[in-house]
Design a binder for this molecule. Structure first.
Ligand SMILES: *Cc1c(COP(=O)(O)O)cnc(C)c1O
Length: 236
């Protein structure tokens, strides 16, 4: 719900204007490589953002949102869904197996399927709930030691497990390139892997690099700060 305090109106704090700007740039990047703007879905990443900014995006017609944490999403979104039933909520953060049930109840799309244990837990919960949320396999595209995601070399076996063995609704791949590296080669590799495995969806590109991602074949970009402004520091 919007907070009773009006937000300070500084340049860049106009969520509708920011959304229009991001949508224009997505359309221009798509046109530059002969793609249609409608080929690219914009997921507005609302983690740690004040309710008043999320409300502004909803009022502007934005309907796809991303959150990193099951608990934060559970607290924020049921009330908003009651008012805007056509919302699509994407899980973008790591998912612990003990939160799978809550995640499936809260999210419409799971973008962070990243390990066999989670694949098994998710398959069990989908069977129990009867739900089939589109799932993305997160690829550790820069092969970073501490990072979540399946290594590119492990992708064929993991896909085999998810699709053939567990019948999970895998629709695409997702990546977060290494901080401080030029993202384009990583986006190109993710697109190549998706092509190779005949997966239509590629979730790649954030506030700093979504145009490059669109140029290189993103079907979903995940944009937070360029729409909502800087995030509040995490509570607690
Ligand atoms: C936070 C986050 C984003 C959005 O990042 P911005 O730089 O604010 O656009 C996108 N994807 C994931 C997985 C995130 O965690």
């Amino acid at each position: 719900m919007p907070s009773p305090r009006a937000p300070a109106f500084v340049p860049g704090d106009d969520v509708a204007a920011n959304l229009a700007h991001v949508r224009r740039r997505i359309a221009a990047a798509a046109a530059g490589v002969g793609r249609r703007p409608s080929d690219v879905a914009l997921v507005a990443v609302s983690k740690n953002q004040p309710a008043v900014r999320v409300a502004a995006a909803l009022q502007d017609g934005q309907r796809a949102f991303g959150e990193n944490q099951v608990q934060e999403a559970q607290a924020k979104w049921p009330a908003l869904r009651a008012r805007f039933p056509d919302i699509t909520l994407h899980l973008l953060g790591p998912l612990q197996t003990n939160k799978v049930k809550a995640a499936v109840a809260t999210f419409d799309v799971i973008q962070t399927l990243d390990r066999p244990k989670l694949a098994h837990a998710l398959a069990a919960e989908l069977a129990a709930s009867g739900k089939r949320p589109p799932c993305f396999i997160e690829v550790n595209i820069g092969e970073e030691p501490q990072k979540a995601g399946v290594l590119p070399a492990e992708l064929p076996q993991f896909l085999e497990l998810c699709q053939a063995e567990l019948n999970l609704p895998v629709v695409g791949l997702m990546c977060i390139p290494p901080l401080g590296e030029i993202p384009a080669p990583h986006f190109a590799l993710l697109a190549k892997l998706a092509d190779r495995h005949r997966l239509a969806e590629r979730s790649m590109g954030m506030s700093g690099d979504y145009e490059d991602a669109v140029t290189l074949g993103a079907t979903i970009v995940r944009v937070g700060t360029a729409i909502f402004g800087e995030r509040a520091p995490k509570a607690g």
